[in-house]
Design a protein around this ligand. Structure first.
Ligand code: NAD
Length: 463
């Protein structure tokens, strides 16, 4: 992996306008592994102009041809699978197995799904005396976080390209090298110049310049709710389309009819995957009062297998490490009880946190309300199903959730949850199912046909 000292704009690597750079740090050993340019508003402007110039031609390209180019992009990612995994391990600290299977593997599946959808999606429909055309929205500004460096990029770029939009991407400052690899793959796949452009840089500089650029028609943002609110406000005042994938505080609800050990252990694996740096992590475990002590004991035992530095990677940077430790300390201060882990550093080097289980957590405690984005799990006790539902729905978020129990009961409960996706009895992730949030977890959906529709606008012709 070699860091490009340039931006990918208009089909070529071009020097940045300014001299500033961003250091990329390996969070597992705290070593600098490369530098990328810190883009400015001028770089963003050049990229948006390239995307605008390419838009008419790409929008007019037949969808099946767009699909063929996305398939070539998928193949280019397949050819670079090992390099992608190694790069995600280097800049995010993800354990190699997770990096290969999820960080490199999942985006390939998603790119493949949009290669197919571009070719099969119905971009025209009839209703009464009208023909409704589904047309691309235009130039997309995509702003992505670091937690799944390639997946977050592909989940925006692939549907945007399938729809006929052109894109300017501003990836997270912690993981720009994976985004540069993606740009290399775009180039190899032979996408027309300007259809995809990359500007690396700081959020409040390059990200903000992209979000407020007059010639960007749609801003698609994944990241924190705080920044999402600013971007939503900017888009609102400019009357431009916006898609927001924000934070979460998802509940794992274990009904009395569930297989308790499986529900606790599977939920734990979900919450600790990617070191808990997941917006949909099931970090609140809701257990009936009669099964509570047993559930906590199962978790305390199972968590021992998740050793930092082996199965659990580090936090992405020192700021995130301090933030997560701060939440653990806050949990103790507010009266929750640590049954595993704690705030002490488990290793001398690297931004590691011990996987931590809290018991005696009440619904209003900070660790039950705020997104921690680390390997910290809170066990809450409920009296009955109504109480469980009130606790599950009792945050500002609504991204995801899980329910365990007799299938009909579990589905009935899931229907009443305020969340964009709910796994029943360990239901597997489906890359074609819409992903996105209720309430402050966001606006819009990614993945599958719903994800494609985000990048389309309708025009009706009356006959
Ligand atoms: P963040 O909001 O700080 O940054 C996300 C992106 O926005 C980065 O590229 C950053 O450079 C950019 N940015 C920052 N300030 C900006 C500004 N003022 N204007 C424009 N762009 C700006 O979030 P993060 O720390 O990178 O990621 C963690 C957060 O992302 C968590 O809250 C997590 O829940 C959320 N997230 C949500 C989803 C989802 O699908 N809902 C997925 C992953 C992460």
């Amino acid at each position: 992996m070699k860091a490009h000292d340039a931006m990918y704009i208009g089909g070529q690597w071009r020097p940045a306008v300014g001299q500033d750079t961003i250091a990329v740090v390996n969070p597992a050993n705290e070593q600098v592994i490369g530098h990328v340019p810190a883009g400015t508003a001028e770089d963003v402007d050049a990229a948006v102009r390239a995307a605008r110039d390419a838009f008419a031609g790409w929008a007019a390209t037949p969808p099946a041809e767009r699909g063929a180019k996305i398939a070539a992009l998928r193949d280019a990612l397949v050819a670079r699978k090992d390099e992608i995994a190694a790069t995600v391990t280097a800049e995010l600290g993800a354990p190699p197995q997770l990096a290969a299977a999820v960080h490199a593997g999942l985006p390939i599946v998603i790119a493949g799904s949009y290669a197919e959808l571009a070719a099969t999606y119905s971009f025209e429909e009839k209703t009464g005396n009208s023909t409704v055309l589904m047309e691309p929205v235009g130039v997309v500004g995509a702003i992505t976080p670091w937690n799944y460096p390639l997946h977050q990029v592909v989940a925006k770029v692939a549907p945007a390209l399938a729809a006929g939009c052109t894109v300017v991407l501003k990836p997270a400052e912690d993981t720009p090298l994976t985004a540069q690899l993606f740009a290399e793959a775009v180039h190899e796949a032979g996408l027309p110049a300007g259809v995809f452009n990359l500007v690396t840089g700081l959020g409040p500089v390059a990200g903000q310049a992209l979000a407020e650029h007059d010639d960007v028609d749609l801003v698609s943002f994944t990241g924190s709710t705080a920044v999402g609110k600013q971007i939503g406000a900017l888009a609102g005042s400019a009357v431009k389309r916006v898609a927001l994938e924000l934070g979460g505080k998802s509940a794992n609800v274990i009904l009395p009819s569930a297989d308790l050990a499986t529900a606790v252990e599977t939920g734990l694996a979900n919450a600790l995957s990617n070191a808990g740096q997941r917006c949909s992590a099931l970090t609140r475990v809701l257990v009936h009062k009669d099964q509570y002590d047993e559930a906590v004991a199962v978790a305390a035992k199972a968590i021992a297998a998740y050793t930092p530095g082996d199965r659990i990677g580090p936090m992405v940077n020192s700021k995130q490490l301090e933030r997560v430790r701060g939440y653990i300390e806050k949990g103790v201060e507010e009266g929750a009880r640590i049954v595993a882990g704690g705030p002490e550093a488990p290793l001398d080097t690297g931004y590691y946190v011990s996987p931590t289980v809290f018991a005696d957590v009440t619904p209003q405690m900070t660790i039950a309300q705020e997104e921690i984005f680390g390997p910290v799990i809170a066990f809450l006790k409920y009296e009955d199903e109504e109480d469980a539902l009130a606790i599950a729905n009792g945050t500002v978020y609504g991204l995801a959730g899980a329910v365990w129990g007799e299938p009909e009961q579990a589905v009935a409960f899931a229907r009443r949850m305020e969340a964009g996706q709910v796994d029943i009895n360990g239901g597997r992730f489906n890359p074609l199912a819409p992903f996105g949030g209720y309430k402050q977890s966001g606006i819009g959906r990614e993945l599958g046909a719903h994800g494609l529709a985000e990048y389309l606008q309708t025009k009706s012709l009356q006959f």
